[in-house]
Write a protein that binds this ligand. Structure first.
Ligand SMILES: [Mn+2]
Length: 317
C-alpha cells in the first residue's frame, strides 16, 4: 500500500476543501466516473468539477447526468484524481494539471505516487468502495447511485474474486441510502450497443476449438469488422465470451489491426492452469500469467491463427 495519508486524513481534506477539480482516467469506466461523481454528489454545496479527457460513452451518461466533464476554463483551488494508478492514464488532464495534483485515491496494486497525498487500498475491489468509506455520513440518493454504479461495475456485478463481505455490506448501505440497484445494473450490464451484439454474433460464428476444447479462438479481419459495422470499441468485451465456455483453459482473440492490414493483434485470457504470458513471449509480446497479448504479421488470419497455435503447442503441449 503506497499511502502517505490515512482515510481520516483524506476525509479531513475533502471536508475542508470547497473548490475541487476531480480528474478521472481516460477511456472512462463506471468506477472512475462513479467515484468522482460520488464525491461531487456527496458535497452538493461545494464547487466541484469532474474532468475526463475523453468523451463519456453513451452507456455511462446516466452517471454524469448532463454535467460537463471537459477541461474547464476556470481554475480550481484543489486538484485530485480517482481510480488513476498512473498520471499518464489521465491523458490531457494530466498534462495540464500534473504538477499540481494534491490527492490521489486509488485501488490498483501498482502505480506512481504522482500526488502530494496518495491514498491506495490495493485489496479493495473498486475505487467506489473506498470513496464510500470517506463520504458514508454524507450520502444522499445521487451519491449512493454514483457509488453503487462504481462498485457494481468494477466487481462485474458482484461476481469477481475482488468481492468481499464488506463489498456486499457497502452495497447494502448504498441501497438503504437510495441507490436504485436494479436500474443501475440494467444500465451497466443489459444495455449493450447493437455494434457490440453484432461483434458477439460474428465472434460466435468464427469460434473454433483446439486441443480437445481446452483452447478457444475467435478471429476478426478488417473486412469482417467493416461488413458488420463493428469498431474496436465494440470488440472491447469479446474476450469474456471464451472465458465463459465450459472446459476452456485458454481463450484467444485475434484481430487484424485497423488501418494495418496484415498485422494481427493477439490477446489471451487463461485460467490458472495456463501461463499465457509464456505463450505471448514466444509471439514477441508479454503480460500477466492470466492475461497477456502480442502481435504477428501474416498473409492471412488463417496463417496468424496457425502461428499462434504453434506457440500455444510449445507451452501447453
Ligand atoms: Mn477501478
Amino acid at each position: 500500500m503506497n499511502s502517505n495519508i490515512t482515510l481520516e486524513g483524506v476525509r479531513g481534506l475533502l471536508d475542508e476543501w470547497n473548490d475541487i477539480l476531480i480528474i478521472t482516467h481516460c477511456n472512462p469506466d463506471a468506477d472512475t466516473l462513479g467515484s468522482a461523481f460520488g464525491i461531487k454528489n456527496a458535497y452538493p454545496e461545494k464547487n466541484i468539477r469532474v474532468v475526463c479527457a475523453d468523451p463519456i460513452p453513451d452507456r455511462l451518461k446516466f452517471i454524469t447526468d448532463g454535467e460537463p466533464t471537459d477541461i474547464p476554463e476556470e481554475e480550481y483551488a484543489h486538484i485530485m484524481t480517482v481510480d488513476c494508478a498512473q498520471l499518464h492514464l489521465t491523458g490531457e488532464a494530466g498534462r495540464i494539471y500534473g504538477d499540481r495534483i494534491e490527492l490521489k485515491i486509488d485501488h490498483h496494486r501498482t502505480g506512481d505516487n504522482y500526488a502530494k497525498y496518495c491514498y491506495v487500498e490495493d485489496t479493495t475491489g473498486s475505487a467506489g468502495e473506498i470513496i464510500y468509506k470517506i463520504v458514508k455520513d454524507l450520502l444522499n440518493e445521487k451519491a449512493a447511485d454514483s457509488l453503487y454504479a462504481a462498485i457494481s461495475s468494477d466487481t462485474g456485478c458482484f461476481r469477481y474474486s475482488n468481492v468481499t463481505a464488506d463489498t456486499h455490506r457497502v452495497a447494502a448501505e448504498l441501497i438503504e441510502a437510495g441507490a436504485d440497484s436494479a436500474r443501475i445494473n440494467a444500465q451497466l450490464f443489459e444495455n449493450k450497443p447493437k455494434a457490440e451484439i453484432a461483434a458477439t454474433r460474428l465472434a460466435l460464428n468464427n469460434l473454433r476449438y483446439y486441443f480437445d476444447g481446452r483452447v478457444a479462438l475467435v478471429t476478426f479481419t478488417n473486412s469482417q469488422k467493416e461488413d458488420n459495422g463493428i469498431d474496436d470499441d465494440a470488440l472491447g468485451g469479446i474476450s469474456s465470451i471464451t472465458r465463459e465456455i465450459e472446459g476452456v483453459e485458454l481463450g484467444i482473440v485475434i484481430k487484424e489491426k485497423t488501418d494495418k492490414d496484415g498485422l494481427y493483434k493477439i490477446s489471451m485470457r487463461s485460467t490458472e492452469t495456463v501461463d499465457c504470458s509464456a505463450i505471448c513471449k514466444l509471439l514477441g509480446g508479454g503480460g500477466h500469467m492470466r492475461a497477456s497479448g502480442g502481435s504477428v504479421s501474416a498473409e492471412s488470419i488463417e496463417e496468424a491463427a496457425e502461428l499462434t497455435m504453434n506457440a500455444v503447442r510449445e507451452i501447453i503441449g
